[in-house]
Design a protein around this ligand. Sequence first.
Ligand code: BEZ
Length: 211
Amino acid sequence: MSLRLGDKAPNFTAQTSIGEIDFYDFIDGKWAVLYSHPADFTPVCTTELGRTAQLDEEFKKRDVKVLALSVDSVEGHLGWIKDINETQNTNVQFPIIADEDRKVAELYDMIHPNASATATVRSVFIIDPDKKVRLILTYPASTGRNFAEILRVIDSLQLTDNYSVATPVDWEHGQDVIVSPAIKTEDIPGKFPKGHKEIKPYLRTTPQPNV
Ligand code: BEZ
């Protein structure tokens, strides 16, 4: 059965471009992004892994460990990383899992046989420090993902875990947020002293509380 939001992310050990890792030890109580790509030495994947490396500081700022995966070998990954670094002007330091036996791909349901019998699709899992799955995305092979969106969701999750708010459409860090429907309007000033707007009784906004 495939994973769903709120499920515990299963642990695994795997060979990677930086050696063998145990997933839980690797994430070490931090947030994690685990994502798969169809194959090494392919153009869209080259740009995606390059972007991930370029965003290294952004992931670190948010306490996020990143782990990529394809069903290719460690040797393949190491050769390809050189190309990614050269063509995307970056330095890939995060591990890429060499899932040749598809153990992790099957555990996380990353192979969708009607899309490809052998290659992993573009899956993304955001996993929180309690190892719960908090976001699942699946993209087709021909569409590169938007890593700004992945960071945006992490910002939203980290904010909404700590405050009784939700984030509206297209929200970006620093913009107004929605007060949780569980909060009575008369209780808003005590909880959100920066002020609030009542647009409808069910739609109340407040400045982002932690900036
Ligand atoms: C790519 O990464 O460019 C790619 C991989 C598999 C199918 C199509 C494109």
